[in-house]
Design a binder for this molecule. Structure first.
Ligand SMILES: Cc1cc2nc3c(=O)[nH]c(=O)nc-3n(C[C@H](O)[C@H](O)[C@H](O)COP(=O)(O)OP(=O)(O)OC[C@H]3O[C@@H](n4cnc5c(N)ncnc54)[C@H](O)[C@@H]3O)c2cc1C
Length: 418
C-alpha cells in the first residue's frame, strides 16, 4: 500500500459508538478530521459496557474447537453448559454454524489464532495511547488475569489451548495450587491448575470508560448524532451518504463499526460477511471480602469473575438467538451458585442483570480495512469475544488507512473478501 501520508481534513461519518466506533472516531479526530458518530444508544449500556472488562492480549484461542461437533450436543444438554440456542434461530444461523465447524480443523484453528495474535500484539499500545490522550488511564489496571481449573481431567483437556498460546508466542506463567492460593486468597481453595497472563489488563468500569471517551470526543470538537443510521446511499457512484429518518448526511468517508449490526450496512453496498451475535450475559453481585485481585476465568464453568469499581461482575454464556429476541437470564442466574463455589464469601444477591451482543465471525478473526471496491468506506467490526480489547487498535489502523499511513500490520487476514 501507499505510505505517502495525507492527513488533509475530511468529513467522516462513523456508524456505531461502541468501543470500536468511538476509538476510531478518536484516532480520526486526532488526525484533524471532522468526525460524526451515529449511535442511538447510550454508551454506558451497550455491549462495550457490560463485558468482563479484560484487555486480553493473550486471547488467541478461537471459538471453534477441534472437537466442536462432539462438544456442542453435550453443552446444549448441560443446564450449566456455556452454549444455548433458540431453536427458531437455527435456520438463520446455519451458514455461520457450518463455517464454525469448518474452522474447527486444526490448520484453521492455528491460522485463525495467528491472525488474532498479529492484531493483539498491537492492542495494548493503542489502548495506552488512547487512554493517555483522553485522560482515562485511571480506568485500566495493568495487573494481568488468571484462568483456573478444578480437576486434573479438565486441565488435561485444555492442554491444546495452552499449546496454541505457546505457538502464538503469548506470554503466560503456569500456576500451581499454592501459587493460585497466594495470588488470589479470595478464591475458594478448590483450584489445582491455572495460568497467569501478566500482559492482560482490567477495566474498572467499561461503561464509564466508553461514556468518558464519548465525552472527550465531544469536548475535542467531535459530533455525536443519537439516531440510528437507516441506510447508506451513493452520490455519483460513491457510497458517502448516511440517512437518518428524513435527513441526509454527506461525508467524504464512511466507517462501518456497528458491532453485531454491521453486516446490514455492508449489504447495502453490495457485500456480505458471516457475522452474528454471540449473546452473553452478566450479573452484578456485591463485592466480597477479601475479594479478587484481578479478573479470573473459572475455566470449567466458562465464566469470568471480574472485580469492578461497582461490584463483582459475573459474565457468562454464549446464546445464539440474534439481536432481536428478548433476554433470558435463567442460565446466567443459575451460574451465581457456581460463582459462590469459586469465590469466598460471595453474597449471591443480584444487583443487576444485562445482555450484550458479541459481534462474531465464525473464524473469530475480525473484519478490518477498506470495503472491497470502495475508495471511501472502511470496516471495523467483528471483534467477538475480544472486541473490547481490539477497539483502539482497530481505530488506530482505520485512521492510518484514511491517512495513507502504513499501519504496520498485514491486513489481508482481516479483509472482507479474505
Ligand atoms: C458477556 C460478554 C463479555 C465480554 N468480555 C470481554 C472482555 O473481557 N474483553 C474483550 O475484549 N471483549 C469482551 N467482550 C466482547 C466485547 O464486549 C465486544 O466485542 C465489543 O464490545 C464490541 O464492540 P463494538 O464497538 O464493535 O460493538 P458494540 O459495542 O455493540 O457497538 C456497536 C454500536 O452500534 C450501534 N448501532 C447499531 N445499529 C446502528 C444503526 N443503525 N445506526 C447507528 N448505530 C447503530 C449500537 O447501538 C452499538 O452502540 C465481551 C462480550 C460479552 C457479551
Amino acid at each position: 500500500m501507499s505510505t505517502s501520508e495525507d492527513v488533509s481534513p475530511r468529513r467522516i461519518g462513523v456508524i456505531g459508538g461502541g468501543i470500536t466506533g468511538i476509538s476510531t472516531a478518536h484516532f480520526l479526530r486526532k488526525d484533524g478530521h471532522d468526525v460524526t458518530v451515529f449511535d442511538p444508544g447510550d454508551p454506558g449500556t451497550g455491549t462495550s459496557s457490560g463485558n468482563s472488562g479484560v484487555i486480553s492480549t493473550g486471547s488467541v484461542v478461537p471459538t471453534a474447537t477441534p472437537d466442536i461437533l462432539l462438544r456442542v450436543p453435550k453443552m446444549l444438554l448441560d443446564p450449566y453448559g456455556p452454549l444455548s440456542v433458540r431453536w427458531r434461530y437455527l435456520l438463520r444461523i446455519a451458514p455461520w454454524l457450518l463455517s464454525l465447524v469448518r474452522n474447527g480443523m486444526p490448520d484453521r484453528i492455528e491460522a485463525n489464532a495467528k491472525a488474532k495474535a498479529a492484531l493483539l500484539d498491537h492492542a495494548y499500545d493503542a489502548y495506552r495511547v488512547m487512554l493517555a490522550d483522553t485522560g482515562t488511564s485511571g480506568f485500566v489496571r495493568e495487573i494481568g488475569t488468571m484462568a483456573v481449573w478444578e480437576s486434573d481431567a479438565a486441565w488435561q483437556n485444555a492442554q491444546w489451548t495452552i499449546d496454541l498460546m505457546r505457538t502464538c508466542e503469548r506470554k503466560f506463567d503456569l500456576l500451581s495450587e499454592d501459587d493460585i492460593r497466594q495470588m488470589e486468597p479470595g478464591l475458594q481453595p478448590i483450584f489445582k491448575h491455572g495460568y497467569f497472563v501478566p500482559g492482560n489488563g482490567a477495566i474498572s468500569h467499561p461503561g464509564d470508560l466508553v461514556t468518558a471517551l464519548h465525552a472527550d470526543f465531544i469536548a475535542q470538537g467531535g459530533t455525536i448524532v443519537k439516531q440510528p443510521v437507516d441506510r447508506i446511499e451513493r452520490i455519483d457512484g460513491a457510497a458517502r451518504r448516511l440517512v437518518t429518518g428524513d435527513t441526509a448526511h454527506d461525508f467524504d468517508i464512511l466507517v462501518i463499526s456497528a458491532g453485531a449490526w454491521s453486516n446490514n450496512f455492508l449489504k447495502q453496498i453490495g457485500h456480505s460477511v458471516l457475522l452474528d451475535a454471540e449473546r452473553g450475559y452478566h450479573i452484578m453481585l456485591p463485592q466480597p471480602e477479601p475479594g479478587l485481585n484481578r479478573p479470573i476465568l473459572i475455566a470449567q464453568d466458562t465464566m469470568f469473575m471480574s472485580p469492578m469499581a461497582h461490584g463483582m461482575r459475573l459474565t457468562t454464556g454464549v446464546e445464539l438467538a440474534g439481536t432481536e429476541a428478548p433476554p433470558d437470564y435463567t442460565r446466567a442466574r443459575r451460574m451465581v451458585s457456581r460463582a459462590a463455589r469459586a469465590v469466598r464469601n460471595l453474597d449471591e444477591t443480584e444487583q443487576s442483570a444485562w445482555l450484550g451482543f458479541r459481534p462474531s465471525t465464525p473464524t473469530s478473526v475480525p473484519i478490518l480495512g477498506a470495503a472491497p471496491g470502495e475508495k471511501n468506506v472502511f470496516c471495523a467490526f467483528g471483534g467477538g469475544h475480544i472486541g473490547m480489547t481490539l477497539g483502539p487498535i482497530s481505530g488506530r489502523v482505520t485512521a492510518d488507512l484514511v491517512a495513507g499511513r502504513d499501519p504496520g500490520i498485514d491486513l489481508s487476514r482481516y479483509a472482507v473478501s479474505r
